[in-house]
Design a protein around this ligand. Structure first.
Ligand code: DGL
Length: 251
């Protein structure tokens, strides 16, 4: 029970999930695995994503993580089922676009902004089928190469992509679901392009689910002091410092 919580994503996006996890479960130790060398996941196919994510799971298990949080909508929609089959004794919590949050929020005109992979995925179709009011319009919108631009910190290009992909919905939508964890890092830019809409993500729900899982498996830490955080970056150790800085920033 005093082992770490493993969290992974293709890069910085997972920080939005990690931040909320540390608010909810501050005494736990975390290992955050940033797979920057493989960004963008959202432009890869099922088999490649499964190969990449199973190697990450192997690493996190070798590090003795007691639960694995997939802080990535793309990896979850593409691989969760296969990972659960391949690692039946591992507890996984995934991330899917917060379509249920929009439903509970009584959104009437909702943009689901996700990576190219997630936008076309069967899992998203299922979520729309399950959480869709009759009077609610839902638009599945691809954020194209936004994840890579966010990794590069290219603000001008980010704004230009956002303006283009959100233009048709700008006047009518009342909520945007941030269906890629990277997009939680550009809330300000999205609000600049489409002001006065609610930006919804699933970070709180994921953290609550991790807490529930740890409780039900009697795996909550016994520590009463603030937990440690270790970050691994597959591309460049210099990127680790940037992540610690982003975690400290107000979102
Ligand atoms: N942050 C990830 C997601 O939630 C993936 C971004 C990417 O690498 O394309 O989908």
């Amino acid at each position: 029970m005093n082992e770490k919580i493993g969290v992974f994503d293709s890069g910085l996006g997972g920080l939005s999930v990690l931040k909320e996890l540390r608010n909810t479960l501050p005494n736990e130790d975390y290992l955050f695995y940033e797979d920057s060398i493989h960004v963008p996941y959202g432009e890869k196919n099922d088999d490649v994503l499964f190969e990449i994510t199973s190697k990450i799971v192997d690493t996190l298990l070798k590090e003795k993580c007691k639960i694995i949080v997939i802080a990535c909508n793309t990896a979850t929609t593409a691989c969760m089922k296969r990972l659960r089959e391949a690692y039946p004794n591992t507890i996984f919590v995934g991330t899917v676009p917060a379509i249920k949050v929009a439903y509970d929020h009584h959104s009437k005109d909702t943009v689901i902004l996700s990576t190219p992979y997630t936008t076309k995925s069967k899992r998203v179709q299922e979520l729309v089928r399950d959480y869709h009011r009759e009077d609610q319009k839902i638009h599945l919108v691809s954020g194209e190469n936004l994840a890579s631009l966010i990794e590069q910190g290219n603000r001008e290009e980010i704004l230009s992509v956002l303006k283009r992909v959100l233009a048709p919905y700008k006047e009518t939508c009342d909520s945007i679901v941030l269906g890629c964890t990277h997009y939680s890092l550009i809330r300000k830019e999205i609000a600049e392009v489409v002001p006065n809409v609610d930006l919804l993500d699933g970070c709180v729900g994921i953290s609550q689910e991790v807490k529930r899982q740890l409780e039900s498996h009697h795996l909550l830490t016994e520590k009463t002091t603030y937990g440690d955080l270790t970050i691994i970056n597959t591309k460049d150790d210099a990127l680790i410092q940037r992540s610690f800085e982003l975690l400290d920033q107000e979102s």
